[in-house]
Design a protein. Structure first.
Length: 333
DNA sequence: TTGTGTTTTATTGCCTCC
DNA sequence: GGAGGCAATAAAACACAA
C-alpha cells in the first residue's frame, strides 16, 4: 500500500458505512502463521445468537471523534442513539465488534511511517490518516498512543544500556585508579621505612659523634692552622659551626647555650668557665707540646672566613675530605 | 491440541494545559 | 470545563513448545 489509499470507504460516520468498513478491514487482514482469527467475514456475524449481552461488554472501537462524542464516553457504543429500527442491525455489529481485530500489515506500515514523521497527532492529521486507512480516528489515536508507549519503553531500555555501559566504564577506571593508589601507598610505605632506617642509622652515628666532638673540643684545634693555610682555617671555622650546631641541638653536651666568643673570651653559661679553662689549659699544653700559635678563636666571625661551596654530593658541609674524616669521622655514610 | 508467554488493541482514570 | 496525553490494565490475538 505504502501510503496509498487503502479503502474506498470514507469516514465511518454512519451505520451503513460501518458495515463496509469492517468488511474491508477484515479483507485487509494479512493472515499470520496459524492465524486462527482469520475467519470468513460471515463468521463475524454468526455469533449474533450468542448469549453474551452486548451492553455488558466493552466496545472495541470508538467513534467518538467522528461523532463528536465526549471524552467521558470514549467507548464506541455510547456515541450512538440506539433506536428500535437499528437495534437488530446494531446487534450484528455488537457481536462482531466484541472481537479485537488487529490491523493489517499495510495499515501498521502506514502508521509506522506516519509515526516516524511525527509521533504526535494533530486532529486534522488524525482524521486524514483514519480516512486513508479506513479506520476510526479514535483507533488511530489509540494506535499512536500505544506506539508512543512502546517507543518510550524502548528508549528507556536504550538509556539503561547507555548508562550501564557508562557505569561499567567508570567502574573500570575507578578500579584501576584504586589499584594505582594502593601501589603508590605501598611505595610510600617502603620509602618511609627506608627513611626511618636511615635516620636511625644517622642518629646512632650522631651520638657517636657527640662523644667524639667532646674529645675534639678538648683537643687543641690549632695544631695545624699555620701550616695548612686558608683551607684549614675554613675547616676549623666550619668545625666550630658544627660544634655550635651540635651544642644547639644537643644541649646536653654542655648543658648550656651555644658558646660564643666576645672580646677574645669564649663565653658559655655555667660551663663556660670550665670550658674556657679546659680549652686554655689544653691549648697551653698543646703549645708546650707542639709550639703552636696563640689561642685561635674558634668562633671567628663568619664574614672573616673565606667560604667555598661544598663539594657536589658531599655531606661534609664543605669540609675537605681529610678534614671531614678527621673532624667528623662518624659522618662517613 | 493445549497451555503458556508475548504482543497488540482498547479502556479507564488521572493529570495538565488552555 | 473540555481536550488530549499518559500510566496502568484488561483482554483478544498471536506464537510456540510439548
Amino acid at each position: 500500500m505504502a501510503g496509498g489509499r487503502v479503502f474506498t470507504n470514507g469516514p465511518a460516520n454512519n451505520i451503513s458505512n460501518m458495515n463496509m468498513l469492517f468488511h474491508n478491514q477484515q479483507q485487509q487482514q494479512i493472515p499470520r502463521a496459524n492465524n486462527t482469527s482469520q475467519q470468513p467475514l460471515d463468521s463475524l456475524f454468526l455469533s449474533s445468537s450468542s448469549s453474551v449481552p452486548f451492553f455488558g461488554s466493552r466496545s472495541m472501537v470508538s467513534f467518538e471523534d467522528v461523532q463528536g462524542g465526549k471524552r467521558c464516553n470514549r467507548s464506541f457504543f455510547t456515541g450512538f442513539d440506539l433506536d428500535e429500527n437499528g437495534a437488530d442491525e446494531m446487534d450484528e455489529y455488537f457481536h462482531q465488534s466484541e472481537k479485537k481485530r488487529r490491523l493489517s500489515v499495510d495499515q501498521v506500515q502506514f502508521l509506522e511511517k506516519s509515526f516516524e514523521v511525527e509521533n504526535k497527532l494533530e486532529p486534522d492529521r488524525k482524521i486524514k490518516i483514519a480516512k486513508d486507512l479506513g479506520l476510526q480516528p479514535r483507533q488511530v489515536a489509540i494506535w499512536f498512543q500505544n506506539r508512543r508507549a512502546r517507543w518510550k519503553t524502548k528508549q528507556l531500555e536504550k538509556d539503561y544500556e547507555t548508562l550501564n555501559d557508562s557505569y561499567k566504564s567508570l567502574k573500570t577506571d575507578y578500579d584501576n585508579i584504586l589499584k594505582e593508589k594502593e601501589r603508590l601507598q605501598a611505595e610510600v610505605a617502603s620509602l618511609s621505612e627506608k627513611v626511618v632506617a636511615k635516620e636511625k642509622l644517622q642518629e646512632g652515628k650522631f651520638k657517636q659523634g657527640e662523644s667524639e666532638t667532646k674529645e675534639l673540643l678538648q683537643k687543641p684545634l690549632m695544631n695545624s692552622v699555620s701550616d695548612e693555610g686558608e683551607g684549614s682555617k675554613l675547616s676549623i671555622v666550619e668545625t666550630c659551626n658544627k660544634i655550635e650546631d651540635i651544642s644547639s641541638a644537643r644541649s646536653d653536651i654542655l648543658d648550656c647555650d651555644s658558646p660564643r666568643y666576645t672580646d677574645g673570651v669564649l663565653e658559655t653559661c655555667d660551663s663556660s668557665y670550665v670550658f674556657e679553662h679546659e680549652y686554655q689549659s689544653d691549648l697551653s699544653s698543646q703549645d708546650e707540646e707542639d709550639n703552636l700559635l696563640p689561642p685561635y678563636n674558634i668562633f671567628t666571625k663568619l664574614e672573616d672566613v673565606n667560604y667555598s661551596d661544598p663539594p657536589h654530593g658531599s655531606s661534609s658541609f664543605g669540609f675537605q675530605e681529610e678534614d671531614h674524616h678527621t673532624l667528623w669521622p662518624w659522618s662517613n655514610y
